[in-house]
Design a protein around this ligand. Structure first.
Ligand code: PLP
Length: 447
């Protein structure tokens, strides 16, 4: 691997990095919040891998958990009449965590290897549910503008940025199967559509209802939403939005799917949806990323008791997709250890104060830079919205000049940061100072 060109020859993902940044960086080691490259440079990983390495890199407890499981029971299919204690234990634990946080309708779990697969499965589950309920025309999906739901066919069809795959690729235009509702945030909703005296959350919910009525509720299967848009730059919805949306989904018999792939265990709670405190919802939840902490490829779809009863109970041959490695015991052992560590170290509570500290540091350090439109965050997640499309430049300069890693988003005017639980105040200060230096170097920073 000495010659970087060699790595580009064989690894296609490396090719993508090369064309974007010219110099692909070969990482040889990682520890805590740091990466080390093959030239000995150290990088501050304020993206936590890809928003998944929440415990910090190279946690030896996770290595032990994976090792112990591998040498006692490495693999057994979770289909065809088999299961195993580790996978069952993780499923039970996840349901209990959801119920404890007030998401009381959560009943059971279906594991997948990654987030995109879990979103695909949510849609497949919705189709099955309505078929069994005798509502076969319900097929369309509504997502929000500015959202990201994954890279395989159904999620890619829902994304509003980087649409090189999905329905739009085949049809050359967005298919009416996939619709997009307004984002419940003042920076993203068009002011012209708001009524006098109406809150942003209420306006976004009203517009969603109008869309449903226009399309015909009999055609709509599910509404999928990130409780906090992650790739879209930590867009926090207004408090009144989700309770109104739950009512709308109930009224029109539409399944409410919370995509918590990004937010799981990052916002001071296991589930960001629990901050809404509306008993019983959602109908389905997808989780991934922090669940496997970057070590185990694991994701899950959590379904409600109503969906479980309809699709699985008293059905002699319930529909079940067979995914070979989904829910394999080694990944589940790692995920159980992740949950144990987060509980033992009280990381969820700690992440609330970490988030407040980081917001305070960012706002104080970056104040007076008019290039910044808004700084937002919750728990481990932070987002900066710029007045111009400099996100990719900022990402590159931070990486190459300051050795700080953040994510420049597809929207091009926002960056998203995600610190691991092990980040210190010093790491936060270093990030804010690096950002200040990079942003000040833009000619129009003070314009
Ligand atoms: C909200 C959300 N949904 C789905 C996905 C897709 O997950 P994966 O990359 O594991 O397929 C992501 C990944 O960033 C995500 O942030």
């Amino acid at each position: 691997m000495e010659n970087k060109q060699d790595s580009w020859e064989y690894l296609l993902q490396g090719e993508k990095i090369k064309s974007k940044h010219k110099n692909a960086i070969t990482i040889t080691k990682a520890n805590g919040i740091n990466y080390i490259d093959n030239e000995g440079n150290s990088y501050l990983d304020m993206k936590s891998g890809l928003f998944n390495v929440s415990l910090g890199h190279c946690n030896t407890e996770l290595a032990d958990a994976a090792y112990k499981q591998t040498v006692s029971l490495d693999f057994v299919p979770n289909i065809e009449g088999f299961n195993n204690a580790t996978t069952v234990k993780l499923a039970k634990t996840l349901v209990e965590l959801a119920v404890e946080e007030g998401l009381t309708s959560t009943a059971s779990v279906y594991f997948t290897n990654g987030g995109s697969e879990a979103v695909e499965l949510a849609y497949a589950m919705a189709l099955k549910y309505f078929e069994l309920k005798g509502m076969k025309s319900k097929k369309k999906i509504i997502a929000l503008h500015n959202s990201y739901h994954g890279a395989t066919f159904i999620p890619a069809s829902l994304n509003t940025y980087n649409n090189s795959y999905g329905w739009q690729r085949i049809q050359k235009s967005r298919h009416e199967m996939f619709m997009h509702a307004d984002v419940p945030h003042e920076n993203y909703i068009e002011q012209a559509v708001m009524r006098i005296g109406e809150s942003v959350g209420a306006a976004a919910a009203r517009l969603l209802e109008e869309m449903i009525v226009k399309e015909g509720p009999e055609n709509i299967a599910m509404f999928i939403v990130e409780p906090i848009q992650g790739n879209g730059c930590v867009v926090l919805p207004h408090d009144d939005y989700f309770p109104l949306v739950r009512e709308i989904c109930n009224k029109y018999k539409i399944l409410f799917v919370a995509d918590e792939i990004m937010t799981f265990a990052k916002t001071g709670a296991w589930f960001a949806m629990s901050h809404c405190q509306t008993d019983g919802f959602p109908d389905m939840i997808t989780i991934a990323k922090s669940l496997g902490a970057g070590v185990a490829p694991i994701a899950a779809l959590l379904i409600s008791s109503d969906i479980k009863a309809t699709c699985f109970d008293n059905i002699s041959h319930p529909w079940m997709p067979d995914i070979t490695t989904a829910g394999n015991p080694v990944c589940c052992a790692v995920a159980l250890k992740v949950i144990e560590i987060i509980q033992r170290e009280k990381y969820l509570t700690k992440s609330v104060s970490m988030g407040h500290t980081f917001m305070e540091i960012l706002r104080r350090t970056l104040q007076g830079l008019p290039i910044i439109k808004e700084i937002r965050g919750k728990g481990l997640l932070a987002g900066i919205d710029f007045n111009t499309n400099i996100a990719k430049e900022v990402e590159k300069k931070l990486l190459h000049e300051e050795k700080v890693i953040v994510k420049g988003n597809s929207s091009e005017h926002t960056i998203t940061l995600c610190m691991p639980f092990v980040a210190t105040e010093e790491d936060m200060n270093r990030t804010a100072q690096a950002l200040h230096k990079v942003l000040s170097s833009f000619k129009h920073a003070f314009a």
